[in-house]
Design a protein around this ligand. Sequence first.
Ligand SMILES: [Zn+2]
Length: 409
Amino acid sequence: MKYVILIGDGMADRPLAQLGGKTPLQAAFTPNMDKIAREGVAGAARTLPEGLPNGSDVANLSILGYDPAKYYTGRAPLEAASMGIPLKTGDVAFRCNFVTLRYNKDRTKIYMEDHSAGQISAEEGRLLIKDLNRELGNDALKFYPGVSYRNLLLWSGGDASVDCTPPHDILGKEIAHYLPQGAKEDFVRRLMLASVDILERHPVNKKRIAEGKRPANSIWLWGQGGKPELPPFSKLYGLKGAMVSAVDLAKGLAISAGLKVIDVPGATGWLDTNYAGKAEYALQALEESDLVYIHVEAPDEAGHEGSIEHKIKAIEDFDALVVGTVMRGLPEWGSFRVLLMPDHATPIEIRTHAKDPVPFAVYGSGGNHGWGAPPALAAGYDESITKLEGALRIDAHRIMEHFVEGRFE
Ligand SMILES: [Zn+2]
């Protein structure tokens, strides 16, 4: 039996007046997804539990079959895994953004101007990281350059309990209210403050300012956590798995769970991604894997952008080029089962992630859907499934048991 998981990131939404009360999933033409829901089983899944951040990392960890309440440690350790940075037990990884802070005249008030320091280039970022390491680094603290403004700080024997705020959540706001809080807040705040001295006088920033670009005049630490100790997916579910995604978080999850990461040329995480290529590489991966997880980022990006048109386009491309290609190619591998769902809703009206229950659908060849419960009789694939009477309701981290093991059949 081969298994494919099809994730349209942030695909679920809420009814929109501009669409006559329909959601983007309802307004889009999605014959392949509709068939999976109509002919398989469908229900509502909770992917973002209370008390954890509304992140794709939490949600995709859940869908992979790991209880996030037990296994989620933070976003940065997953990014570290995808960047090939070794995290030992006892190490804490922080996301270290380069940001642009704006000051009032007498520098008594400081505002978060830009969480990306004007999308600073990777080359400039590397130079800044090098000097931060020279002046602030030591045996216990090391900065690692990433892509653009997305860097990491590794703190050996560190403390992850401090409460930090993502800088993209406080754009334009005064940072005084959002500085790290809790045990070790002094240490983390001092590091951020010390970076200001080094960065403000740095030639890279002087040049950026002269060119009218936003300077990377501070670091901002957040998303921290220790090494995620995930039991290997193959041990938990007895299957060899692979991951197809353009996104670091998903790749980091895959590496942490022992899934093989499949890189696809032209996979961008945006509307211009190589949709069909992702499906074709995934089908190919079934040669040596039992299960492939295909993660497509574009609908989420469109949700954050607040563009109905882009979201519908991303959903229709996902349906035609990813879901369609997979469903056409799968029968060649004999018996199969597919799971279709978003990791979470990214409603256009709020332009960020929400804890809404999301619709999922499972379809197995020969009517073997791997579920004891009766079909929910969905007419198509959209959010209305979550409200159907008698629909399956489940915490996302338990779907895998049903999906691959039919444990409750
Ligand atoms: Zn997501």
